[in-house]
Write a protein that binds this ligand. Sequence first.
Ligand SMILES: Cc1ncc(COP(=O)(O)O)c(C=O)c1O
Length: 290
Amino acid sequence: MSRIAYVNGRFVPHAEAAVHIEDRGYQFADGVYEVIAVAGGRPVDETAHLDRLERSLAAVHIRPPMARQPLKLVMRELLRRNRVRDGMVYLQITRGVAPRDHAFPATAKPALVLTAQRAKPVQARRAASGVKVITVEDIRWRRCDIKSISLLPNVLAKQMASEAGAYEAWQVDADGRVTEGSASNAWIITEAGEIVTRPPDAAILAGITRAAVHELAAREGLRLVERPFTVAEAKAAREAFLTSTTAYVIPVIQIDDDKVGDGRPGPLTRELARLYDAHAGASAAALASS
Ligand SMILES: Cc1ncc(COP(=O)(O)O)c(C=O)c1O
């Protein structure tokens, strides 16, 4: 079956999907995006993702190219055409096509692209066995709360992880504190049993998975603290994990050359992963009946 993409109002074969060379996304990374997980054929936490998309658009002064309701219908249709049951949808909105000039063009029409993809089974194996992360300097800008398509520092960080045989790179600010991964949020569980993650300030992306895990943990009465943590603290933690739309909850069993805890996925992390899996399924199923 051939993949189908959505480009500016049309469903087209993925292999033929294209935008103009003067699209400002291509020229300036002038755009924002979202990645939404799909479970049982339905988007997970759709409302939270579309809320964040609108926040990102507003922050960079791009007009939404389409209202929320038709956008949801486009997503549904794309999933149907690609027969995605478990996987993800990618949405990208750029400021559109205009002659190259840094300032906003007066007339460009925002461009909307969506693609859909089936889940990679390798993810489940990682969730079971845990992953290694490395730490790298955070060289990004000061508006990491915007889900901008300008991802070069994240790309470089992930490449360093890849070359080091690690799954992710935890970025570290000038004070030695972990901000987040190149494409995920970072968490630790201290010896005292506190679940710690950085508050959603401009140094990180406020992950939708992060918010869901936060809420699930709070509901279970677990001890949660939103505060920055250092690399040293992370290495001394009892457990560590990362969260993202595509990864869900993945245990971190090694940071640089140091094992986390006994070097195996911790029990509380596994419990949070289980709770999140159930949440993802339920969130998507709720849409099916709405
Ligand atoms: C830099 C960064 N932080 C955090 C996340 C996790 O966010 P979410 O849970 O919404 O996928 C992502 C996801 O791609 C990301 O790119």
